[in-house]
Design a protein around this ligand. Sequence first.
Ligand code: ADP
Ligand code: F6P
Length: 309
Amino acid sequence: MAKLMKKVAILTSGGDAPGMNNTVAQIIKKAIANNILPYIVRDGYEGLTQGWIEETNEDFARKIVNRGGTAIGTSRYPEFAKEEVRQRAINNLKQLEINNLIVIGGDGSYQGANKLVAMGLNCIGLPGTIDNDVVSSDFTIGFDTALNTVIEAIDRVRDTNESHNRCGIIEVMGRYCGDIAMLAGIGSGVEIISTSENKLTEEEIIQQTKKCYEKKYRSIIILVTEKLYDVHQLAKEVEKGSGYVTRATVLGHIQRGGMPTAMDRYLATILGTEAIKQLIAGNAGICIGLSGNGLQSYSFTKALAMKRK
Ligand code: ADP
Ligand code: F6P
C-alpha cells in the first residue's frame, strides 16, 4: 500500500441534520481513495476537546451512509468559545499528528472553525443544518429532508381540518430563519405564512383568517416559524376572532429525524467529495457551499460576514 500522505478528522456540530452521515461517509471514502487517513471525532467540539477521536475506515462509512441523524454524534458546547478550551482541542489533534479538520454544521460551527483556523489548524466547513441559515450556501444538508417532513405534516393536518372545517396553526423549526416555513408553505399552498423575516402581527393573522372564513374556506393552515408566538395562545385568539375552531401543532424535533431525501444525499456526497479535493489542493480555512448549479468556496471570515438576500 502506498504511504499515507495526510490525516483528516471529521466532526458534526450543532443540531443534527439528515444527510450528515452521507457527508461523513463520503469524506471517509474519498480520503482513503486518496491515501489520507480518516478519523472521526465523537460529539462535535466537545469530543474534540475531550479527545474522543478515533481512526475510522470504509466499513464504518458503509454502515452509516444513508442513515438519519449523525452517527458520530454532535453537541451544543458553548465552552468552545473560550480560547483555552480550543487550545486543548488543537493539542488533542496535534498528539495524533492530525492537521486537517472537516466541520459539518451551521453558522455557529463555522464560528468555531474560523477560530481554529486563526489558531493554525487547517479547517474546511460544510453546511449541515435543517435551518438553511448558512448564507454561503443556497441550501444546507438536511434542509430538503426537513421540508419533506413538514409538507407531509401539513397534508395530514389539512386532512383533518377539511373534515372538521377547522383552522390549524403549525409551528416549524428554523431558529431565526424562515426558510422551512416559507418553502414548505408555498409548496403546500398554505393560506397564511409568518416567518422571522416577514412576521405578521397576531391581529393581521386573525384578520386574514377571518377573510378565509367569510369566503367559506373549509380548511385553513397558518404556518409559522418557531420563537415568534405562543401558538397555543394564538390558536385561542384566532378561534375567538375568526370563527374557525382552531388547533395548534408544534412539529418540533420530528423535523430533525428521518432518512435523508435524495437531494440531501446528493448534496452531501458532492460536498464531501469537494472537501477532500480542496484539502488535497492545499486549500484550508474555507467553507464550501452550493451556488446555483455549482459549488463555491469562501474563507470562513467572508462567509460569516455575508448577508442574507
Ligand atoms: P449550528 O452550527 O447549527 O449553528 P450552534 O449555534 O449550536 O449550531 O453551534 C454549534 C457549536 O459551535 C456550538 O455548540 C459551539 O460549540 C460552537 N460555536 C458556536 N459559536 C461559537 C463561537 N462564537 N466561538 C466558538 N465556538 C462557537
Ligand atoms: O439548528 C437546528 C434546530 O433544530 C433549530 O431549528 C432549533 O431552533 C434548534 O436546533 C433546537 O435545538 P435543540 O435541539 O438543541 O433544542
